[in-house]
Design a protein around this ligand. Structure first.
Ligand code: NAD
Length: 490
C-alpha cells in the first residue's frame, strides 16, 4: 500500500454551514506523526467566535433537518456509510499517521465507526414512540420522540475516527444538528470524514459542523446557550469537568471517562486464548485504549500465578515495537514524545515504590522517541498508581490473588468500571464473574470487550459521568426528548 505523506503542511479549517473557513483564532498547534516527528498539519485552536459561528450554523439548519422524514435521514446515513466504506483505508492511513496505531488496528477502528452508522440507519424504527388507547373514557395517550436540538461532541485522541462516529450518525439520525470538536492531537481523520459529509447532498449544509481546537473551544461549546446536549469521551478528569460545566449551563450530558481494567486469569485458563487476549489488550495501540486491560489479576497458588505470568511475559517479549505504518509492528509508538515521557515516569515511580520489573520495555525506544516497549510490573505495593490509575501506555501491572472471590473483590475496589475480562474454562467461574463484577463491558476469554454498535457502550462508576451510554438504543434515548400527548375527541 502506498502511503502519501503530505509535503505541504496544511492549516486545517473549520466546517461551518457547509463552508470551509479559517479559524478566527490565530493560535495553531502542530499535528505530529509520532513515528517520525513530521508535522502533518497545523491545527487551529478555535476561539469562542469560531464556536459561535458553528453553533449558529447548526441552529439555522435545525428546523429543516428536524422536519426531514426519518426515512430520508436514514437514507442520508446510508450514503454516509457508502462514502466511509469507499474511503475506509484512506481514513485508516490518516489515523495511523496522526495517532500512531498500526494500519490493521486503524482499519478495524474505521470499520467500527462504519458499524455505528449502519446501526443508526435503523432510525425510523428506533424513533418510534409508544401509545396507550383508552386510559380513561375516550382518552388516548401517546409518547413521541423529538430531537434535543444542537449536539456538541468532544472526542479524544485514541480513536480519532471511531469515536466521532459513535455520536454523529445517531445524533443527526434523530433529527439533531451537530458540532464536532475532535482531539487537537490527531484531527485529520475527523477532517476527512467531514469532507465526505460535505459532499453528500442528502446531508444539508449546517447539519454537521467541525470546529478544531482544544480546551478553549470546549469551554465555548459548554457555555454556549445554543448547544443543547454534549457527548464527550476522554479522561476521567476531563469528563468530570465537562459534566459539571454542562450541568451548570443546563445541558444534557454524557461524559465517558478513563479506565483501569482488570483481566482475571484463572488457573484453568486456556494458555493460547490467554496469551493472545492479554497481549492484545494490554499492548495493542500501545495500551492507549479505554478498554486496555492494564492489570492482570493472576489467580491461584504461587506456582499457578507464576506459570501464567511466565506465559504472558514470554509472549510479550516477542512483540515488535515500531512505526504503525510498518507491517511487522505489533506495538506502535505512543501518541507523542510527551506521552512516552509521562508513562516512563510512571514506571520509574512504581519501581521506586518497590515494584519488580518482569519485563522492561524502556530500552525499546526508537523512531522519533515516542516508542515504548511492553513493560510488565510485578509485586506492586497496594495503592500504587500503576495498580489503580490509568497510565495509558504499554504497561501491564500484575496483581496476585488466591481465588476468584478475591479477584472480583479487588477489581471492584477500583474507582473505575469500564471493562473487566476473565480467562477461564469454567462456566461457573465465568458466570460468577459476569454477575458480580462492576464494569460496563465484560469479556469472557476475549481480551477486548469491544463496542458493538447495536448495544450501548460505556463503563460504570468514574468511567462515566451521566446515565446514558453511547451507541445502541441508549443513543436514541440521549439524542431525543420524549413528549407525552393526551387526547380526547368529541
Ligand atoms: P482528554 O481528556 O485529554 O481529551 C479529550 C477531549 O477533551 C479533547 O478533545 C480535548 O481537547 C478536551 N480537553 C482536554 N482537557 C480539557 C479541559 N481541561 N477542559 C475542556 N476540554 C478539555 O483525553 P485524551 O488524552 O484525548 O484521551 C484519552 C482518554 O480518553 C483516556 O483516559 C481514555 O481512557 C479515555 N477514553 C475513554 C473511552 C470510553 O469509552 N470511556 C474511550 C476512549 C478514550
Amino acid at each position: 500500500m502506498t502511503i502519501t505523506v503530505p509535503t505541504d503542511v496544511a492549516d486545517l479549517r473549520n466546517l461551518v454551514g457547509g463552508e470551509w473557513v479559517s479559524a478566527a483564532a490565530s493560535e495553531r498547534l502542530d499535528d505530529v506523526d509520532p513515528a517520525t516527528g513530521d508535522v502533518l498539519a497545523r491545527v487551529p485552536l478555535s476561539n469562542a467566535a469560531d464556536v459561535d459561528a458553528a453553533v449558529a450554523a447548526a441552529r439555522a439548519a435545525l428546523p429543516a433537518w428536524r422536519a426531514t422524514s426519518p426515512l430520508l435521514r436514514a437514507r442520508a446515513l446510508m450514503r454516509l456509510r457508502d462514502e466511509l466504506t469507499a474511503h475506509r483505508e484512506e481514513i485508516a492511513e490518516l489515523v495511523t499517521l496522526d495517532m500512531g496505531k498500526t494500519l490493521p488496528d486503524a482499519s478495524a477502528e474505521v470499520g467500527r465507526g462504519i458499524e455505528s452508522v449502519e446501526a443508526a440507519t435503523a432510525i425510523p424504527h428506533l424513533l418510534k414512540g409508544e401509545n396507550l388507547e383508552g386510559v380513561a373514557g375516550g382518552l388516548d395517550v401517546e409518547m413521541v420522540r423529538q430531537p434535543v436540538g444542537v449536539v456538541g461532541a468532544i472526542t479524544p485522541f485514541n480513536f480519532p475516527a471511531m469515536i466521532p462516529l459513535w455520536f454523529l450518525p445517531f445524533a443527526i439520525g434523530c433529527g439533531n444538528t451537530f458540532v464536532l470538536k475532535p482531539s487537537e492531537q490527531d484531527p485529520r481523520p475527523s477532517q476527512r470524514i467531514a469532507e465526505l459529509i460535505a459532499g453528500i447532498e442528502e446531508i444539508p449544509p449546517g447539519v454537521v459542523n467541525l470546529v478544531h481546537g482544544g480546551r478553549g473551544a470546549v469551554e465555548a461549546l459548554l457555555d454556549h446557550p445554543g448547544v443543547d446536549a454534549i457527548s464527550f469521551v476522554g479522561s476521567a478528569k476531563t469528563a468530570r469537568i465537562i459534566a459539571s460545566r454542562a450541568a451548570q449551563t443546563g445541558k444534557r450530558v454524557q461524559a465517558l471517562g478513563g479506565a483501569k481494567n482488570s483481566m482475571v486469569v484463572m488457573p484453568d485458563a486456556d494458555p493460547k486464548l490467554t496469551a493472545s487476549g492479554v497481549l492484545g489488550s494490554a499492548f495493542g495501540a500501545a495500551g492507549q485504549r479505554c478498554l486496555a486491560g492494564s492489570v492482570a489479576v493472576l489467580v491461584g497458588s504461587e506456582a499457578e500465578q507464576q506459570r501464567n505470568l511466565d506465559l504472558i511475559v514470554d509472549a510479550a517479549r516477542e512483540l515488535r515495537v515500531g512505526a504503525g505504518i510498518a507491517a511487522e509492528t505489533d506495538v506502535c509508538p505512543l501518541v507523542s514524545v510527551g506521552a512516552r515521557e509521562r508513562v516512563e515516569a510512571e514506571i520509574e515511580a512504581a519501581l521506586a515504590e518497590g515494584a519488580e520489573l518482569a519485563l522492561d520495555g524502556r530500552r525499546d525506544g526508537g523512531g522519533a522517541g515516542a516508542e515504548l516497549g511492553p513493560t510488565v510490573l510485578d509485586r506492586l505495593p497496594e495503592g500504587s498508581r500503576a495498580l489503580r490509575e490509568e497510565l495509558f501506555g504499554p504497561v501491564l501491572a500484575i496483581k496476585r490473588v488466591p481465588d476468584l472471590a478475591a479477584a472480583i473483590a479487588w477489581s471492584n475496589e477500583s474507582r473505575y468500571g469500564n471493562s473487566a475480562i476473565i480467562f477461564t474454562e469454567s462456566g461457573g467461574a465465568a458466570r460468577e464473574f459476569r454477575y458480580s463484577i462492576e464494569a460496563g463491558m465484560v469479556g469472557v476469554n476475549v481480551g477486548v470487550a469491544a463496542p458493538i454498535a447495536w448495544f450501548p457502550f460505556s463503563g460504570w462508576k468514574d468511567s462515566i459521568d451521566g446515565d446514558l451510554h453511547a451507541n445502541g438504543t441508549d443513543a436514541v434515548e440521549f439524542y431525543t426528548r420524549k413528549k407525552v400527548v393526551t387526547s380526547r375527541w368529541a
